[in-house]
Design a protein around this ligand. Structure first.
Ligand code: NAG
Ligand code: NAG
Ligand code: NAG
Length: 303
């Protein structure tokens, strides 16, 4: 019995408030104000949304809070109680609300609506308050090439997507912070040739040199909670020569491997069976020669 009744009331309330939002309360006689129209709060902490009004008979005033998301409007506080996800974690203080444990999903615009009966019929007023929930950064993902050739352009990337406000990024090499704008004399002395964008998280070496070899990591920080870092990754920068040598070694190895394969197949097909005799002959010849040599050698030794 109770639920259909409550449903009807809810429907009536929705209808009335909808009419209200369309401007049916002709006499906007109530002044609604706030101490703070731009509230910020850290995630999992409290947020206070202040709303004051001058309705003559405070006890008759109807207070409603709504969350506005684009064209979507949902109830926060309706008919004396909190609704949906706000149930059990918020309280009303006169016409203001205190949310005890905000999450990132609570960010948005809130509307405090006051209406009250008066001699001229219904009076109403409203005010909008924005809430931004600050979220600490997640551990960033870093992209660092394992190896690079000196003289080329190399970009290291760092990114995380949870931080509110958006994180700034810092890069470290061998545990030492890389300055965003190193002093000009240092740039000259140490031949620094990188560009760091602390907003996008990129570290561009153009060109990269052997000296840039090292262990890199990045830190994301938005001043909310602790800065977060990615695991350390090593970048090895080599000269072209070394790479060339490695390439040559690989090519030689490939040639040798293919030769080996050729010999294997030739042997398998019996190409060597006929030649074996000549090989044997050569060996015997060599043996005799070696013998002569030994002989000569002994001779000379005697002399
Ligand atoms: C706040 O909410 C989060 C997630 O909704 C929960 O994990 C946390 O325990 C809550 N903290 C408090 C103090 O209630
Ligand atoms: C840094 O990156 C951001 C975002 O990608 C970009 O808007 C900005 O222009 C960059 N700054 C510099 C100095 O290049
Ligand atoms: C590499 O760094 C050392 C000192 O850190 C410096 O003396 C040398 O000139 C640098 N070489 C290049 C190619 O930048």
């Amino acid at each position: 019995m109770a639920s259909p009744c409550r449903l009807r009331l809810l429907f009536l309330g929705l209808l009335v408030s909808h009419l209200g939002s369309l401007g049916y309360y002709k006499a906007y006689g109530i002044t609604v104000e706030t101490d703070n129209a731009h509230v910020t709060a850290r995630e999992f902490e409290g947020a206070y949304l202040n709303c004051k009004h001058n309705a003559k008979k405070q006890e008759n005033a109807r207070i409603e809070w709504k969350k506005v998301m684009g064209s979507d409007v949902s109830f926060v506080y309706f008919q004396g109680s909190f609704v949906g996800s706000f149930k059990g974690r918020a309280e009303i203080l006169h016409s203001s609300i205190q949310i005890h444990n905000v999450t990132r999903k609570d960010s948005g615009r809130y509307r405090c609506e006051i209406s009250a009966p008066s001699e001229h019929g219904q009076e109403a007023g409203e005010i909008e308050i924005s809430l931004i929930v600050f979220v600490q950064p997640a551990a960033p993902i870093c992209e660092v090439p394992i190896s690079a050739m000196s003289g080329t352009a190399v970009e290291l990337r760092c990114k995380e997507n949870e931080g509110v406000p958006a994180s700034k990024y810092r890069w470290y090499r061998n545990g030492i912070l890389l300055l965003e704008n190193p002093a000009p004399w240092k740039v000259k002395k140490d031949r620094i040739h990188y560009t760091m964008n602390t907003t996008s998280g990129t570290l561009l070496f153009n060109p990269v040199s052997k000296n840039d070899t090292g262990e890199y990591y990045c830190e994301a920080d938005n001043k909310i909670g602790q800065p977060q870092k990615c695991p350390v990754k090593r970048m090895q920068v080599d000269d072209l020569n070394v790479s060339g040598i490695i390439a040559a070694v690989v090519i030689v190895a490939l040639i040798m491997a293919s030769c080996g394969l050729g010999v294997y197949y030739a042997q398998k097909k019996g190409y060597f069976s006929r030649r074996n005799s000549s090989v044997r002959k050569k060996t015997s010849k060599y043996k005799t020669k070696a013998h002569e040599k030994d002989f000569k050698h002994t001779k000379s030794f005697i002399i």
